[in-house]
Design a protein around this ligand. Structure first.
Ligand SMILES: NC(=O)c1ccc[n+]([C@@H]2O[C@H](COP(=O)([O-])OP(=O)(O)OC[C@H]3O[C@@H](n4cnc5c(N)ncnc54)[C@H](OP(=O)(O)O)[C@@H]3O)[C@@H](O)[C@H]2O)c1
Length: 337
């Protein structure tokens, strides 16, 4: 086994509550390519190598296997529950009244936990797509974003905190217009927001919006999700690990370009949640945030790598009269109806 990393040497980010959490976590979505068993094995290895934060979700279909891994690691004394920071998410088909509690209860049972540390609304719509459906499939029941419907879901999330089933709540794939509309209505503010963040898609305005409000950005697809499902690929997509700025800095540090994406993410201030089942990959992904930081000039050069290339366009969540995936992202600064 590769030498583990002391979790105490992994830098921390401070939530608005004052609690400190790791500056990097591990993703657990296998992009329809890896089995639950392979991902659970990677989580087991990752705990042993020093990861303390894991990004889970009901829709990833592997929480039961990952829960077994968490339970074993705690039984064997590898880690204590309070040392782990575990996130999960309610899927789009469980936003209805009472359903968020049912979803959270299932996640707690599967993950074998008494409490989830941070529970997200996975997407801000109750729009459901069948697993494995094609990119242009549309569900006739899908609807545009509605503040009222979202707040119905958020009230249920707040109740989970009241019941002690989750410690923090968060949102995911939001836009500034949506946040402007819902944040003033929240009794419990989101502790974190998950958003797509990588050198080729830096979302500077949304990132700054969250930081200014003491909401921690968590960056998904931090390496540019090179092996994301085919439904999420288009010809104009840019590969982060091939961006000239990323490649030249990787050469200077003698590391894979993926490592530069992660160093950039942590030094900028988001928490990246890279996925990997390969032990060499997940170990180096954690180790890289403890050594050999990027220089200010390198950080500056990576700012210029932004090409506004959104990879997870979300087209499967569109409603029938929607024009295109841009409608999900409120490009013109107002909520698309
Ligand atoms: N909130 C949301 O809606 C949302 C959406 C998407 C993702 N997420 C979360 O974000 C996590 C990460 O996103 P992602 O899995 O799509 O993309 P990612 O982390 O950007 O890319 C993962 C891929 O990068 C490659 N990789 C990882 N470490 C590497 C290294 N050190 N060197 C070279 N290549 C490396 C691996 O490719 P190979 O497998 O080919 O080796 C791996 O499959 C997910 O697992 C999930 O937890 C959340």
């Amino acid at each position: 086994m590769i030498a583990p990393i002391d979790p105490n040497t992994v830098p921390k980010k401070t939530l608005s509550s004052g609690e400190k959490i790791p500056c990097i976590g591990m993703g657990t979505f296998g992009s329809d390519r890896f089995s639950g068993a392979e991902i659970a094995d990677a989580v087991a290895g990752a705990i042993r190598c020093g990861y303390r934060m894991f990004d889970c979700a009901a829709v990833y279909g592997n929480e039961d296997r990952i829960g077994t891994v968490f339970a074993q690691a705690m039984e064997e004394g590898v880690v204590k529950r309070e040392e782990l920071f575990i996130t999960s998410k309610v899927w789009n088909d469980m936003h209805g009244r009472g359903d968020v509690l049912i979803s959270c209860a299932k996640t707690l049972k599967d993950l074998r936990l008494d409490v989830v540390d941070l529970f997200f609304v996975h997407w801000p719509f109750a729009n459901y797509h069948a697993p494995g459906c094609s990119g242009d499939a549309r569900n006739p029941d899908s609807k545009p974003f509605s503040v009222e419907r979202f707040m119905d879901t958020w009230r249920q999330m707040e109740n989970l905190v009241d019941k002690g089933l989750v410690r923090y709540i968060g949102m995911s794939s939001m836009t500034i217009p949506k946040l402007d509309a819902v944040l003033p209505l929240c009794r419990i503010k989101p502790a974190a927001i998950e958003m797509e963040l990588h050198p080729g898609f830096q979302q500077e305005a949304l990132f700054n919006y969250c930081v200014e409000r003491d909401i921690q950005p968590i960056g998904f697809c931090p390496i540019g999700s090179p092996t994301r499902p085919d439904r999420d690929k288009t010809e104009s997509d840019v590969a982060d690990i091939e961006l000239p700025e990323v490649v030249s800095i990787a050469k200077a540090h003698n590391v894979h370009p993926a490592i530069i994406c992660l160093k950039w993410a942590v030094q900028r201030g988001q928490i990246p949640i890279p996925f990997a089942v390969d032990e060499n990959f997940y170990v180096s992904n954690l180790r890289c945030v403890t050594e050999d930081p990027l220089t200010d000039d390198e950080m500056q050069s990576l700012t210029k790598a932004d090409c506004n290339c959104r990879l997870i366009k979300g087209q499967v969540f569109l409603w029938e009269h929607a024009k295109g995936w841009e409608d999900l992202w409120d490009i013109d600064g107002t909520i698309t109806k």
